[in-house]
Unconditional design. Structure first.
Ligand code: ATP
Length: 240
């Protein structure tokens, strides 16, 4: 482990701030439509402490992705509040939400896919550039994150030279590189076989321990749900 990594692990073990990392209260989200508004989220309340792995499950169309988008500041609620790391995400403008996303959140979403022309190494490095991490830390951090997902030998490869599972692991390394407080993942194991899914979940568990991150993800997979600290079940825009 490099000196930089050692420093970070020490930081991760510092006492967490009191209170939850994420607080969602009474959140509703409606979308306008020709036949009248569609009420997708109908009053969601959840509280996620630091260093937890929470999962959202529910049928297709129940509102899981809509909720992840709101938590990640990619969208704003029609009503209700979302507090993340002491910040009222629901009240902030686009610019402030973008800064919080870049610096304190990580995403494993289809829409944040890998850059096809960049190698695994360069893809992960991009997160550090975007987050404003000092350049001197890039090399050790990129190598550490790719090693954490077992890809230390594939750093020079570009996405099209890797399997689906390997690409997903690069996406995880990229999402975690800038040391986010919260990692949001939409169906991160959807395309993977059960062995690879289990490996991804083990990487998530390791990251919670060593990086102090909190993970909020969606899944349909019952075997994956067993690994969660807490499962929220969504039915038709509410938790049951
Ligand atoms: N921008 C939008 N405008 C109108 N309706 C929307 C919009 N975004 C989402 N919806 C609707 O909200 C509902 C919930 O969608 P969402 O993607 O959150 O579901 P989900 O639980 O993530 O489903 P899946 O498991 O299939 O990804 C769907 O009926 C969808 O059509």
């Amino acid at each position: 482990m490099s000196a930089a990594d050692g420093r970070f692990d020490a930081a991760a073990e510092e006492a967490e701030p009191s209170g939850p990392l994420l607080q969602v209260s009474g959140v509703q989200r409606s979308f306008p439509a020709s036949g009248g508004p569609i009420h997708v989220l109908k009053g969601i309340t959840m509280e996620v402490p630091h260093r937890r792995l929470v999962m959202l499950k529910g049928r297709s169309g129940s509102g899981k992705t809509t909720l992840l988008n709101l938590i990640g500041g990619l969208d704003t609620p029609s009503s209700g509040e979302i507090w993340f790391d002491g910040q009222p995400i629901h009240k902030l403008g686009d610019d402030k939400r973008t800064v919080i996303r870049r610096e304190r959140m990580g995403f494993i979403f289809q829409a944040f896919a890998l850059m096809p022309l960049l190698s695994a190494y360069e893809n992960v490095e991009l997160s550090l550039r975007m987050a404003g991490t000092p350049r001197a830390e890039w090399k050790s951090r990129v190598e550490h994150c790719l090693a954490m997902v077992g890809l230390e030998r594939r750093m020079k490869h570009r996405p099209f030279e890797m399997s689906g599972g390997e690409q997903q692991r690069v996406a995880i390394a990229k999402a975690i590189a800038h040391r986010p407080r919260l990692l949001l993942a939409d169906e991160p194991t959807a395309e993977l076989d059960s062995q690879m899914s289990a490996q991804i979940m083990s990487v998530f568990r390791t990251m919670i321990q060593s990086e102090g991150v909190t993970i909020c993800m969606t899944t349909h997979d019952p075997t994956i749900l067993e690994v969660a600290d807490h499962v929220y079940e969504m039915v038709d825009g509410t938790f049951i």
